[in-house]
Design a protein around this ligand. Sequence first.
Ligand SMILES: NC(=O)c1ccc[n+]([C@@H]2O[C@H](COP(=O)([O-])OP(=O)(O)OC[C@H]3O[C@@H](n4cnc5c(N)ncnc54)[C@H](OP(=O)(O)O)[C@@H]3O)[C@@H](O)[C@H]2O)c1
Length: 322
Amino acid sequence: MFLQKAWRSTAFGVWGYFSFTKSGFMEHSKKFKAEDMQTHIEGKNCIVTGANSGIGYATAEALSSRGATVYMVCRNKDRGENALSKIQSTTGNPNVYLEVCDLSSVNDIKSFASRFSSKDQPIHVLVNNAGLLENDRITTPEGLELNFAVNVMGTYAMTELMLPMLEKASPDARVITVSSGGMYTTPLTKDLQFSESKFDGILQYSRNKRVQVALTEKWAEMYSKTGVGFYSMHPGWAETPGVAKSMPSFDKMLSGKLRTSEEGADTVIWLALQPKEKLVSGALYFDRAEAPKHLLFAGTEGSHAAIDFIMDNLRSLCSLPS
Ligand SMILES: NC(=O)c1ccc[n+]([C@@H]2O[C@H](COP(=O)([O-])OP(=O)(O)OC[C@H]3O[C@@H](n4cnc5c(N)ncnc54)[C@H](OP(=O)(O)O)[C@@H]3O)[C@@H](O)[C@H]2O)c1
């Protein structure tokens, strides 16, 4: 059992090294089509969470540079305002706005959603990017384990509460959720807040990222008639403030070999720009192509059956109507 686990994590590390780093991006980009990114999206409303830093910043900047109206959802007003003014000046787009919201708080997300819905605007693109890897077990003021709160509950509540506004932009609307290759290492588990064994931040983060992929699959099925498309993606390994803070040894060990934030954001932007007919709702994407959700011998196949239980749990945790 131990040897099997060690073999699996070594195999994942080697595969990740060749595929998820900058060299993987360079290799995969040989198949990219420049024209895929030349679309202008004036008049489209896009929400990007965690837009003040890393992949979220690169995404917000790229969408702004293509003329979209972009709402940057950030938890910290100063960091948000800094990023906002940088994007306005690099892109020259005046239609970029800051929305302050702490995505670890159900109450904050609800008040953001009610504020936003009063604008009575369609949302064409929702990018669930905000995320974190917290190594210690921290509980939010609402009593939630922090990784879970932002990565899972934040993604879930934002998507569900934005749905009426996404439907207004149907059939063009889409939700793009930034997962992680780390999810390949773990099956879907019902222990959402890691309360049944000794806390492990990396494992909790990977579990959260698996939940995002399974939620996306489920949303695609549940809301297939709404005209909203749901896609998850993983960015590979990019050098961002988040990685430097949460995984300093990994960041140091792969210094110079990691992707840039822009390379990490590439598939998010691609998913936002492609005609919906080209995309498969519910699928996972990596480097502008559909990617498997499970790896051979990883023991994760079949685990997505737990998603109905998880959805019910999230719905009642957020007190959303069924
Ligand atoms: N970089 C990678 O190699 C990599 C690999 C796989 C997946 N990802 C995923 O990519 C996404 C972006 O990560 P990144 O690497 O770009 O890290 P990052 O630079 O730390 O960006 C994360 C963003 O999320 C925001 N955020 C965190 N907690 C929040 C909260 N409670 N409310 C609102 N916003 C919050 C952060 O805001 P603050 O600046 O205020 O903290 C920041 O803007 C994450 O979902 C991450 O899991 C990244």
